[in-house]
Design a protein around this ligand. Structure first.
Ligand code: MN3
Length: 253
């Protein structure tokens, strides 16, 4: 488990460093809106994703209140591991350099096979999903600039949660719910089918992902069976809002 420990240390170190960076962030909603008009592109190299699967930043049982240990182990070591392996296999077959971040392929995924689309998307989405979660804390909610931006766009944190949860609950079949910054850097909520995501040129919703929720049955069925809404309700307790804020800061600062 040394790799896991090292990974967790690195994750915590990165989180601390980025938290410091956030401290010099925008001071008001008006400056946020002004920043939206800047020429900075709505992608973020600091969040580039390797084709390799990174170790989880916590143990399989760490999210137990919301996601049971068996689900986490199967989800990470079987489902997500397969997306990474198959994305590499597809990349080799299609002449894609896997030393480049996977985002480079997602942006022009229409040029590649459905195997690449499903597995590159699946790998990216899961790598982000693990980081979007952390062990349960009491009164878990966003703070600072992230909360201000959520309130400015959606009215309140409660209204945001309702809209995001509905995006997940009403996604027919398998897919994902997203909070993302659109190409005008405005916060948006939406969902994608299968393993699509807002970085893909084929996606109906486009922008830089800030928070994602896996609503495939494999993400919750062992504990919640058909009750997807109950899974989403519990999931709010384990959202890593510090990580979401880092992603937002990378876009708007
Ligand atoms: Mn999944």
């Amino acid at each position: 488990m040394n790799n896991l420990s090292n990974s967790r240390r690195k994750f915590i170190a990165t989180t601390a460093k980025n938290s410091l960076a956030i401290g010099i962030g925008i001071s008001s909603i008006s400056s946020f809106l002004a920043a939206c008009g800047s020429s900075k592109k709505a992608t973020a190299s600091a969040f580039n994703t390797s084709y390799d699967q990174l170790p989880l930043p916590y143990g399989y049982s760490a999210l137990e209140n919301a996601i049971d240990t068996a689900t986490m182990e199967i989800h990470y070591s079987k489902h997500a591991a397969a997306y990474s392996a198959n994305a590499k296999e597809a990349a080799q077959a299609e002449g894609i350099d896997t030393k480049q971040p996977i985002e480079a392929v997602l942006e022009k995924i229409s040029k590649y096979s459905s195997k690449m689309r499903n597995n590159a998307g699946g790998h990216y989405n899961h790598e982000m999903f693990w980081k979007c979660m952390r062990p349960k804390t009491t009164d878990n909610k966003p703070a600072g600039k992230l909360l201000q931006n959520i309130e400015a766009v959606f009215g309140s944190f409660a209204a945001f949660k309702l809209k995001f949860a509905a995006a997940g609950a009403t996604r027919f079949g398998s897919g994902w719910a997203w909070l993302y910054a659109d190409n005008n850097k405005k916060l948006q909520i939406g969902s994608t089918p299968n393993q699509d995501n807002p970085l893909m040129d084929v996606s109906e919703i486009k922008g830089f992902p800030l928070l994602c929720l896996d609503v495939w049955e494999h993400a919750y069925y062992l504990k919640y069976q058909n009750k997807r809404a109950d899974y989403i309700d519990s999931w709010w307790g384990i959202v890593n809002w510090d990580y979401v804020q880092q992603r937002l800061a990378n876009i708007i600062l």
